[in-house]
Design a protein around this ligand. Structure first.
Ligand code: NDP
Length: 449
């Protein structure tokens, strides 16, 4: 057998790469992981973690307004310090970054702080020209935000920069209407900005159940967010006063203080040197892999967003675990991609698992749909006219729940537990046999009509 520097060389220390490195090392492999930026990757450094903390911070705007109805004396104008929230969030990011680094080190994984390129099936080259060899290479380099190719695109920012702003702008335009757009729309709106979302189609959050996304749209409009649909991006012009005028198809131009692009994420394969090893990419630049995460080069594997299968952190982690257990742990494992729960941390949040109503109609002979459309009691006392909606889709023949979709306070927390039952193939009758836990919002799950 050839004498390699390592058994495994992982490129990218994000969620997937870190899990694969740590588990492979625990199984006894000699592992190095290269990271050009910070250990933790998108989720920890500029994604899920800081975003969720901003969502918590932003939500105080509504909580403080509602508090009066619950007897608290709250000034009409509460003061908010963006630098305090921003810096505290970044401190927490630093803490998790350090914890990830410690975990890798304590498992004996060598961390190489460098950009690397693949220069052969078993070889990588670091930025300083050093060559390293490994029996296997794992690509876990993630993805980056797509920026439209239009005049003035350089005046816009992406979610990467949104965490580090000097101040909250007065007017924000967000291009795209997916996860990032709706989450940041909620954050900026709560923090006092006027938000406009524009999208190339007539949809928000394509892929989620229509009734749920329609409810988010209605609530967002009620809160004062603006939407521009069928609005293909045409360009940004920077005015003398620093404001940005955005032109788009089918609508008048709008002038704002900040433009955020949230139009999907592109696999980071651009300058990895994958040609040198015969690694095939798909039309979107994602690494093509088989069910065991192996690329078209037998010694090179890929996991996470760079493969563009399901761009979610827990999936990258599972793929990293499955890869390491299969190759180094003598425990062949494949990720099950069915019934993956997901959530959007909008204001209010929404969450779903399984088939949407329209998907169920297309794939099953007959379906039954149950729902509960209610105003959470906290919203009633707060005079907040915001209704929650839970929707359950069942196979008409068997009664098995094939989809569960929710919008309302805390639904991501509620759905995680309910998703276990959906994954286990339970029926509506089995839900109904469970006594309601009163008074909660989650009790609607066992009371749906
Ligand atoms: P999404 O895929 O969620 O949304 C992209 C949006 O941009 C859609 O509205 C889409 O329009 C539009 N769009 C796509 N391509 C173009 C284009 N070429 N020109 C103009 N508009 C375009 O991507 P995000 O950037 O919001 O997020 C990236 C990924 O990150 C998500 O898919 C998700 O997997 C992950 N993520 C997950 C989160 C979570 O789990 N809570 C949070 C944040 C991100 P249309 O669909 O109408 O065609």
């Amino acid at each position: 057998m050839a004498d390699y520097d390592y058994d495994l060389f992982v490129i990218g220390a994000g969620s997937g790469g870190t899990r694969a490195s740590r588990v492979a090392a625990a199984h006894g492999a000699r592992v190095a992981v290269a990271e050009e930026y910070r250990v933790g990757g998108t989720c920890v450094i500029r994604g899920c973690v800081p975003k969720k903390l901003l969502v918590y911070g932003a939500h105080f705007a509504e909580d403080l307004a509602d508090a009066k109805r619950f007897g608290w004396q709250v000034p009409d104008q509460c003061e908010f310090s963006w630098p305090t929230l921003r810096d505290n969030v970044m401190e927490e990011v630093d803490r998790i970054n350090a914890a990830y680094t410690t975990t890798l080190e304590s498992h004996g994984v060598e961390i190489i702080h460098s950009r690397v390129t693949i220069t052969g099936p078993n070889q990588v080259t670091l930025a300083d020209g050093t060559v390293k060899t490994a029996e296997r290479i794992l690509i876990a380099v993630g993805a980056h935000p797509a920026v439209p190719d239009c005049p003035g695109a350089e005046h816009g920012i992406t979610s990467n920069e949104a965490f580090h702003l000097e101040a909250i702008p007065k007017r924000v335009l967000i291009a795209g209407a997916g996860y990032i757009a709706n989450e940041f729309a909620g954050i900026f709106h709560q923090l006092g900005a006027h938000v406009i979302i524009m999208n190339r189609t007539q949809d928000i959050l394509r892929g989620y159940d229509l009734s749920i996304r329609d409810r988010l749209l209605q609530i967002s409009l009620m809160k004062g967010l603006e939407f521009r649909f069928d609005a293909a991006f045409q360009g940004i012009e920077k005015n003398n006063d620093g404001c940005l005028t955005v032109s788009m198809a089918n609508h008048e131009p709008v002038t704002v203080d900040m433009v955020i692009f949230a139009t999907g994420r592109v696999p980071n394969t651009g300058s990895l040197g994958l040609d040198a090893a015969g690694v095939e990419l798909d039309a979107k630049g994602a690494v093509v892999v088989d069910e065991d995460n192996r690329s078209t080069c037998p010694s090179i594997y890929a996991i996470g967003d760079v493969t563009n299968r399901v761009q979610l952190t827990p999936i990258a982690i599972r793929e990293g675990q499955a890869f390491a257990d299969t190759i180094y742990g003598n425990k062949p494992t494949r990720v099950d991609y069915t019934n993956i729960p997901s959530a959007v941390f909008s204001h209010p949040p929404l969450a779903g698992v399984g088939l949407t109503e329209s998907e169920a109609k297309q794939t099953l002979g007959s379906i039954r749909v149950y729902s509960s459309d209610f105003r959470p009691m906290k919203n009633v006392l707060a005079n907040r006219n915001e209704r929650a909606l839970y929707k359950m889709i069942c196979d008409g023949e068997t009664g098995r729940i094939v989809g569960l979709h929710m919008i309302g306070p805390d639904v991501p927390e509620i759905l995680q537990a309910a998703a276990i039952a959906v994954k286990a193939g339970l029926t509506k009758d089995q839900f109904d046999e469970t006594v309601a836990l009163h008074p909660t919002m989650a009790e609607e799950l066992v009371l749906m009509r």
